[in-house]
Design a protein around this ligand. Structure first.
Ligand code: KIV
Ligand code: ZN
Length: 498
């Protein structure tokens, strides 16, 4: 019988930690529920001591989902563990994930300590966490660069103290696949009580090796994979759930996961949309081109027999082969049908508004695909809820001209207009908007992204602003990037008033 590999999803902790990926509570719960439907075994819901928001995420996700184990991260610090235990009090199956750095760098230069002291701190953290919950996972941070002999001593000691899972993270994404596999094998062969716990992989993608290292880890005996949807995460990201799960499913490794793979695409798109983080077109499994064949030879081969050029049946990951591309000639009924397939039922008024926007986009782009439609309905829903609306925007800019903008906003039902000059059209629009508010507003971050890369593409803008020491995120999307930028700024300012 195939051996089970447990899937530990950290999209909402390690993934959400990355700049620009921040989610509000409603969005986190939506993702947690999608992960439950996807069949993950463990959801790492946050790092409770790090902020009141993270504490609350662990509480709310514990209440919202029933099947997966809910896990909260801590350092090997008593207060962290107490706070995590408190945040996990509603979880049906709580897990505390505690740990400490085990590499030379971490022991000497980060923690300024000694190997023996760190070993004792690891044991104490597990013992203390066990006084709150039965299920305790221990991470050996920077295990990828840690000395194997010392790592084995640590793993043995924390299992003796009661750890149910021991995580071997390649925190810096340094290892090569054969090295990482050998590390796991060394622990399996040299830790006498290894049969009392599960070994976990947690690989980062700094050298593009995260999936390869994870697979090498499970081939050598690890039985839990720590992953994120789409590989989101700090720096180059974490191991992508969909890649590992489909590699296990496509190869005869004697291993199996509990993932309901036809839900992969939908879950991936949800995370892309809520984290405003689209994957590249050629991303394995979930990229737009992952199952599209453009060369004539490939098309012909696939038509003769799918397996000629496809190792995965697209239906196995929830890709609908017969996806209809809408154009400017498509009617309301076609738009409604397509949106319903995507899970959106709009009332007649919403449909009407979305249809007008759709025609505008279809005029600019030749084809309107599912991603474009998701942007349109997201935009429609978000704007309907906002306290401030962008009524009009006029910009004058170009070579040898001083960029000037005139902006009209509807603020709580009243139209207000201001004009300003700036370094560029976006700066001019932002300066005009700031004049309409008494509080100081500072732009902290500005990110503009295209989706498909064409000059007719949607511009997606994410901003972070600061006002009176509070931070607010805003998002805007439009085929006109100055409008998208202005919408994002207005979206963020609206949240100050909410
Ligand atoms: O990458 C890492 O080492 C981590 C640990 C906190 C588990 O994310
Ligand atoms: Zn990590």
């Amino acid at each position: 019988m195939d051996s089970k590999v447990f899937v530990f999803d950290t999209t909402l902790r390690d993934g959400e930690q990355a700049p620009g990926n921040q989610l509000n509570m409603v969005e986190k719960i939506e993702i947690a529920k999608a992960l439950e439907l996807l069949g993950v075994d463990i959801i790492e819901a946050g790092f409770p001591i790090s902020s009141p928001g993270d504490f609350d995420s662990v509480v709310q996700i514990s209440k919202a989902v029933s099947n997966p184990i809910i896990c909260g991260l801590t350092r090997a610090v008593k207060k962290d563990i107490e706070v995590a235990a408190d945040a996990l009090k509603y979880a049906k199956r709580p897990r505390i994930h505690t740990g400490i750095g085990t590499s030379y760098y971490h022991i000497h230069h980060k923690l300024q300590s000694t190997p023996d002291d760190i070993l004792q701190r690891g044991i104490d953290a597990v013992t203390y966490a066990k006084s709150f919950v039965e299920d305790v996972e221990f991470y050996c941070e920077d295990a990828g660069r840690s000395d194997n002999e010392y790592l084995a001593r640590m793993v043995e000691a924390v299992i003796k103290a009661g750890a149910t899972v021991v995580n071997i993270p390649d925190t810096t994404g340094y290892c090569l696949p054969h090295e990482f596999g050998a590390k796991i094998k060394y622990l399996i062969d040299n830790v006498p009580n290894i049969d009392k716990a599960i070994l976990a992989t947690h690989c980062h993608n700094d050298l593009g090796m995260a999936t390869a290292n994870t697979i090498s880890g499970i081939i050598n005996g690890a039985r839990q994979v720590e992953v994120t949807m789409n590989g989101v995460g700090e720096r180059a990201g974490n191991t992508a759930l969909e890649e590992v799960v489909m590699a296990i499913k496509s190869h005869n490794l004697g291993l199996v996961t509990g993932i309901n793979t036809p839900r992969i695409m939908e879950t991936s798109k949800l995370v892309q949309r809520l984290m405003k983080s689209p994957v590249q077109a050629n991303k394995a499994i979930v990229g737009k081109n992952a199952f599209s064949h453009s060369s004539g030879i490939h098309q012909d081969g696939v038509l003769k027999m799918r397996e000629n050029y496809e190792i995965i049946d697209p239906k196995d990951v929830g890709v609908n082969e017969s996806s209809i591309v809408l154009t400017a000639r498509s009617g309301r009924a076609a738009l409604r049908h397509r949106l319903e397939l995507l899970g959106y039922t709009l009332n007649p008024e919403e449909l009407d508004k979305t249809y007008q926007e759709f025609l505008h986009v279809a005029d600019v782009k030749k084809e309107v695909n599912d991603d474009d439609l998701l942007v349109l309905v997201g935009k429609e829903k978000r704007e309907a809820k906002r306290a401030i609306k962008l009524e009009s925007l006029q910009v004058v800019c170009g070579k040898s001209m001083i960029p000037t903008a005139t902006v009209s906003l509807i603020i709580n039902g009243e139209t207000k207009t201001e004009s300003a000059m700036g370094d560029g059209p976006v700066d001019a629009a932002y300066t005009a908007i700031k004049k309409l508010f008494s509080q100081k507003i500072r732009l902290e971050e500005f990110l503009i992204q295209g989706f498909t890369g064409g000059s007719d593409d949607f511009g997606r803008v994410s901003v972070q602003i600061e006002s009176e020491n509070n931070y607010f995120y805003g998002f805007g999307v439009d085929t006109d990037i100055v409008t998208a930028s202005t919408e994002a700024f207005v979206d963020a300012i609206s949240k100050i008033l909410e």
